[in-house]
Ligand binder design. Structure first.
Ligand code: NAD
Ligand code: TYD
Length: 441
């Protein structure tokens, strides 16, 4: 393929004007000039640089994004694991991504995002299907040839070993966790098992499969393109008072069993990078909201109760402050970290959208046409963190990420989703949830 054809592909697919294209190409000038000056087949380096700058796969650059056939030899991209293409396709295009906890709220949004807008990946979703895991969340992608579901626990090293061997995993995105603070107050043990021990087992198996010489404790070389991404939370930093923001340097000071278990997992991930040289990133995001969130968390619980004219249980006087981020923005941030995050680095993710709980509840009441009479102030959560707020400068400046949704836009999409998916809600609130709700409130 000629350079001019590739450049045209880029311009068309990004709908860039000539001028915008020229600006983008300034950055890639060196790479492109090597290509223009005689490389008949663009070098792997050239393709990698351009694909990184445009944040797309190499196949996309080559205009192969519709049929997934290798431009050079016509083989299906999935099958190419060796030969002249191996470096290109293994390095940038086709990744085998193990998503753990992919049947939960954020994991299922992430899988849908990856399979619909970033097609050059195989996703293997390992989920234990706890009360929070729901395969219905993945009904839109379940038949994709690039998607595989495995039911199982991240504490099960034998199963993980089989998965790494069978699917040749390149990237782990570890969402799997017990995720609810209130449950961690009632039953902390399971948080230690899934969040701490599970993360450690995953790290061990990844090390075994990714390290070039796993038996040599001094060897720090890993297969190319591998990375372990730990999905953590801003709650590991503890609580803020009325001022200040969490930066990546804020000392960890978790206050709930949930945040303590997440902080412990982060420490293990860090140690695997420091001691064994494993390529890792840790992301610490603020409170998410959006489709498929289990109605034990503030926003879906209040939406559901509003719709059904049930009391809205506000802890204390609702003065606690959270920073809210629409889940799709969290997914794009994770993708940015996956593609361009510097190994060993932590990235805070936040929406610059701090709100008091009571204001969130009142916003929902007004959007759903109800009155404040539904509000019921209940006993406060023990050890309740007062305020979370994120300084997201690092990810915005270094990885060029920013949230695409305002709170109003994200909430509109969220409310619409819950209104049109009442059957989803009705199914998840029966059984275990009913039991939990009556015990909790
Ligand atoms: P969720 O509770 O909705 O989903 C968790 C998923 O993990 C479920 O599908 C569950 O079945 C699965 N799971 C639990 N234990 C498992 C185990 N041992 N093995 C395999 N699968 C297991 O949680 P979520 O809100 O989607 O959060 C996902 C991740 O993001 C968590 O790690 C959480 O700490 C983190 N996070 C969440 C938020 C938020 O606002 N929800 C914010 C920041 C970070
Ligand atoms: P939650 O969604 O559980 O997230 P987190 O505790 O991880 O921040 O709760 C968000 C805030 O809403 C938190 O300050 C607790 C409060 N809250 C209520 O006031 N009432 C409720 O019924 C729930 C679930 C939460």
């Amino acid at each position: 393929m000629k350079t001019s054809e590739v450049l045209l592909n880029i311009r068309r697919s990004f709908k860039l004007t000539q001028e915008e294209m020229a600006n983008k190409l300034m950055v890639t000038r060196q790479a492109v000039s090597r290509w223009e000056n005689g490389d008949t087949v663009p070098s792997t380096d050239t393709l990698k640089i351009i694909s990184m700058i445009f944040n797309v796969s190499i196949n996309h650059l080559l205009g192969q994004y519709n049929n997934d056939i290798c431009h050079y030899c016509g083989a299906p991209i999935d099958k190419i694991k060796s030969g002249v293409h191996s470096e290109i396709f293994k390095g940038e295009a086709m990744k085998n991504i193990l998503v753990t906890g992919g049947a939960g709220f954020i994991g299922s949004n992430f899988i849908q995002y990856m399979l619909t807008s970033k097609i050059h990946n195989n996703i293997i979703n390992l989920d234990a299907l706890t009360y929070a895991g729901n395969l219905e969340n993945l009904s839109t992608v379940k038949d994709s040839p690039k998607y595989t579901f495995v039911k199982g626990n991240i504490c099960d090293g034998k199963l993980l070993d089989e998965i790494f061997t069978k699917y040749d995993i390149d990237i782990v995105v570890n969402f799997a966790a017990e995720s609810h603070v209130d449950r961690s107050i009632i039953e902390p043990d399971i948080f230690v098992k899934s969040n701490v021990i599970g993360t450690h087992v995953l790290l061990e198996i990844a090390k075994k499969h990714w390290k070039k010489k796993p038996e040599d404790k001094y060897d720090r070389e890993y297969k190319s393109g591998v990375k372990f991404i730990q999905i953590s939370t801003d709650e590991v930093y503890g609580t803020l008072s009325y001022t200040g923001l969490f930066t990546e340097e804020t000392p960890l000071a978790p206050n709930s069993p949930y945040s303590a278990s997440k902080a412990s997992a982060d420490m293990f991930v860090r140690s695997y990078h420091e001691t064994f040289g494993m390529p890792v990133n840790i992301t610490r995001c603020s409170n998410n909201y959006g489709p498929y969130q289990f109605p034990e968390k503030l926003i879906p619980l209040m939406i559901n109760n509003c719709i059904n004219n049930k009391p809205l249980p506000v802890y204390g006087v609702g003065a606690q402050v959270r920073d809210w981020l629409y889940v799709e923005d969290h997914c794009t941030a994770i993708y940015a970290v996956m593609m361009n995050g510097i190994s060993g680095e932590i990235y805070n993710i936040g929406g610059n959208n701090e709100m008091k709980n009571i204001d969130v509840v009142k916003f929902l009441i007004s959007e759903l046409g109800k009155t404040d009479n539904l509000i019921q102030y209940v006993k406060d959560r023990p050890g309740h963190d007062m305020r979370y707020a994120i300084d997201n400068n690092k990810i915005t400046s270094e990885l060029d990420w920013s949230p695409a949704y305002t709170f109003k836009q994200g909430m509109k999409k969220t409310i619409d989703w819950y209104l049109t998916n009442s059957e989803w809600m009705n199914r998840v609130i029966t059984g275990e949830y009913e039991h939990y709700y009556s015990k909790m409130y």
